[in-house]
Each structure stands twice: as structure tokens, then as C-alpha cells.
Design a protein around this ligand. Structure first.
Ligand SMILES: Cc1ncc(COP(=O)(O)O)c(C=O)c1O
Length: 320
């Protein structure tokens, strides 16, 4: 947990970032990966050599590939064309098999194409176990047991609001569950990319560019009756403001996070902060490190090809 004093210059409450890039696989998904494989061991009595399949935007695959390397399971990662080349390479180095789909589905995302491919893989590999991170009480529980308590402990119980991004819902629902039970005065802010179908009440599908956050299906992890009780505010962002915020954070604090972390700090600083006072601590959960995105979200040509306006010459003072 780090104080973001320079990035939070000019706003009233104190801003903090929880740097999940410090997990061994480089993202917060390590926690859910370990929790889901522990669950599969209990549920399916996994033996060495068992084949596990996971649909992943990358980080969950890295977390699972680490665990599978140690335990001797064969991991197959079903990814799509949006995956960062660096993450894909990490998966292969860790011994995972990578199956990639390129066709967008009718929502403009890839998830439905991945699910169709999953069906054929399950037919091809009888006995393979599909671990569905979109519907995983074990993933949620991993964050309830670790990420949530770490946030509260780091700030000695004084957390007024937490800003998290929406993906499969494992991290946000897990952290929210812990905080709402142990610190009911903590507000939960959820951030999604415009065009994502992850959250109840979304405005419909549209093309999205950020990696890791946003989905083209509604994850069961968010479908609980507790959603309204857990989530106080929902905010939709665009890739442009999120990537700009990630760059502003990097230049102001020397902390390089991915675009989803950029989305979280953008909302924390420019929106959530307006609601709180000088005694309040706000925390953004920053899912991963930015170094894996040098060929995508931080590459001028990649940005230009998608019409995302992030200037190379960047005035941090104007931006924050
Ligand atoms: C970079 C990044 N940000 C955000 C998320 C969303 O997290 P969750 O799936 O726990 O909702 C992910 C998930 O893969 C991710 O990799």
C-alpha cells in the first residue's frame, strides 16, 4: 500500500494505491489462481498430469501457470487476440499451452468465441477440467481472505472508500464482501470500461480496448443478491482517460501500472475524491504492472490504430 501524495495533489482526501504487481506472477490474479486450483484439488481429486483449461485475458493464466508448474498439472490457456505479446510469452515460458481465438463475437468482444472454442477443446480432451473464473466462489473467497484484510490492516482500519475495476468479479466482490462485513462504513466504487457487459444495469456492448477489465458476458460472480448491498457507486470510463491516468501516475509517483490500474486511479482522483473529506483515506486496487503493456496500451502506434488519443509529449501538471 503506497501513499499517492503527488498524484493526489489538489484533492482533499488522502489517496493510496494497493500495488498488486508485487504478487509473484505480477498481478492480483495470482490469489484467485491459487484459490481456484486448491478448490479443484479438493473437488476433483487432481492427480499429477491433470489437464486444466482456463479462459483468460492473461494474468489469471500466468497465476495458474505458476501453480501448475509447481504441482505438475498441464495448463491450457484459452486467450484472444487482445492478449499482450509479453504476457503470452510468459505463459509459454511457464509451460502453459496457449490456444488463441481471433474472431470477435457479436458483442464486439471475444468471450463468446472463446466459449465456443472451449466446447471443442473439452470434446477433444476428455477428462480436462475447465475452471470458470467468471463463476468462481473460490476466486471471490481468495480475495475475501487476503486482499480485503490486507487493505484494512495497511491503513489500520481507516478506509473510507475503495475503488476497484470490474472484470470477472473475483477481486471486487471478494474485497467488498470482506470490507462490508468488517468495515461497513467503507464505500465500494466499481469501475468498468464503456461497452462492457460485466455489471448489472450496463448500457450495452461496444468495442473496448483495456486489458483485463470489462467482459462480453455477465459474470455469475456479480449476480449475487448482495451486489446492491456491496457496491455503492458504478462508473464507466474510456480507454483514453484510463491510459492517460496510468501515464500521469507513472510520471507523478514513479509507479507504472496497467490500463486497468489507470482506470482505478482516474476515478479515485477525479470523481470519488470529490465526495470525501480531509480525514478520509481512499484506496485504489491496482491490478498489475504496466511493463507488460509496452507493445499495446503504451505503444503510440497501437493507440493511433484504435483512435485513442494519448499524446507522446505529456504534461502531467495539466493531466492531474
Ligand atoms: C489487469 C487486470 N485488471 C483487472 C482485472 C479484473 O479483475 P477481476 O477478474 O478480479 O474482476 C483483471 C482480471 O483478469 C486483470 O488482469
Amino acid at each position: 500500500m503506497v501513499s499517492l501524495r503527488a498524484f493526489g495533489r489538489g484533492v482533499v482526501p488522502a489517496l493510496f494505491g494497493k500495488l498488486e504487481c508485487t504478487n509473484p506472477g505480477g498481478s492480483m490474479k495470482d490469489r484467485a489462481a491459487r484459490g481456484m486450483i486448491d478448490w479443484a484439488e479438493r473437488e476433483h481429486n487432481l492427480q499429477r498430469g491433470a489437464r486444466i483449461i482456463v479462459c483468460t485475458s492473461g494474468n489469471m493464466g500466468v497465476g495458474m501457470a505458476m501453480v501448475c508448474a509447481v504441482k505438475g498439472y498441464q495448463l491450457m490457456c484459452l486467450v484472444d487476440a487482445k492478449i499482450n505479446p509479453a504476457t503470452e510469452r510468459c505463459l509459454r515460458v511457464l509451460g502453459a499451452e496457449v490456444v488463441k481465438v481471433y474472431q470477435r463475437d457479436e458483442t464486439g468482444g471475444y468471450h463468446l468465441t472463446r466459449l465456443a472454442r472451449l466446447e471443442s477443446l473439452l470434446a477433444e480432451y476428455p477428462g480436462a477440467i475447465y475452471l470458470d473464473q467468471y463463476n468462481s466462489p473460490a476466486a471471490v473467497a481468495a480475495h475475501t481472505a487476503s486482499t480485503g484484510p490486507e487493505i484494512l490492516k495497511a491503513l489500520e482500519g481507516r478506509v473510507r472508500a475503495v475503488v476497484m475495476v470490474a472484470g470477472t468479479g473475483g477481486s471486487s466482490m471478494g474485497v467488498a464482501r470482506f470490507l462490508k462485513s468488517q468495515s461497513p462504513g467503507t464505500d465500494i466504487w466499481l469501475v468498468d470500461e464503456k461497452g462492457s457487459l460485466a455489471l448489472p444495469g450496463n448500457a450495452g456492448a461496444a468495442p473496448r480496448h483495456l486489458n483485463g477489465m470489462g467482459t462480453s458476458i455477465a459474470p455469475a460472480n456479480y449476480a449475487s443478491a448482495e451486489f446492491d448491498e456491496f457496491v455503492d457507486h458504478i462508473v464507466y470510463v474510456q480507454a483514453e482517460e484510463s491510459i492517460r491516468a496510468a501515464i500521469a501516475l507513472a510520471r507523478a509517483e514513479g509507479i507504472l501500472v496497467g490500463g486497468s490500474g489507470g482506470a482505478a486511479v482516474h476515478v479515485m482522483r477525479n470523481l470519488a475524491a470529490q465526495h470525501y473529506g480531509p480525514e478520509d483515506n481512499l484506496v485504489a486496487l491496482l491490478p498489475d504492472h504496466g511493463s507488460r503493456y509496452t507493445e499495446t496500451q503504451f505503444d503510440p502506434d497501437w493507440l493511433a490504430a484504435r483512435g485513442i488519443n494519448v499524446p507522446e509529449i505529456f504534461n502531467v501538471d495539466e493531466e492531474i
